[in-house]
Ligand binder design. Sequence first.
Ligand code: TA6
Length: 260
Amino acid sequence: VKNKDASDIFDLVHPRFTAQISKFGGHLLAFKPTNQEQWLWLSTSAKLDGSKPIRGGVPLCWPWFGPATGEFEGEPQHGYIRSLDWELILVEGDDKALTVRLSPIMPSELKERLGLDVFVEYKFSNKLKISLVTTNVSETPRPLSQAIHTYFRVDDIHNTEIIGLDNCQFVDKLTKESKQQVSDIKIDQSVDRVYVTDQPDLSCKTNTTTRLISGAGHDSIVVWNPWKELAKDIPDFDDNGYLNMVCIEMANTQGFILAS
Ligand code: TA6
């Protein structure tokens, strides 16, 4: 267990928003535009000491999403960068917006083996834009899968709707079946789905807000809520946390290859 000091988590206080970033994982923990509710869900039992990836906020899954396969079999689920220390490389802005860029401190042998390098850029205003930017640093094309694993906070999952994926094909990771979405998504059980789509816009409607979510460069959108039983099995997931969150993740899961 690494003992992290307070400087590993920093607060951003700005006229248009407040936010909190952990240098462990380059991980956004909180984002709240002024006069709005908190956008992100963070488990109250999340480990913030670097002993494991942080449960909630916005984990960055890279350079693979889900279990490692092929030559990487046996390596960490969702890749490496959510478990690395990151460094701050840019903070820039004015009273309208703030851009914060971080890059992971990757051991050189890992970077060489992956053939890839990455940074994240958060652009904060009364909105949030997250860009995960990868460069192929090798001589050959490299496979890349990834996800911006956003845990959105919702006031009541029973009254939450995800709009925009009607008719879309998805892989149900719980049953391993391929299915088609009929109507908007309402969640009343464990849901772990990879929608195969580059659809740019969707929205998440709750009792109090409608949040617009846009993406670019993705080939999939992942929707996850563990629901009651599975949440209990995840030690750093609050038992009732599933009532107040849904993950909606812009992802690449379909065999994307990055040219050198
Ligand atoms: O994005 C959904 C998912 O891949 C699920 O299958 C679920 O396991 C979740 O991520 C959380 O994964 P984690 O490794 O953070 O426990």
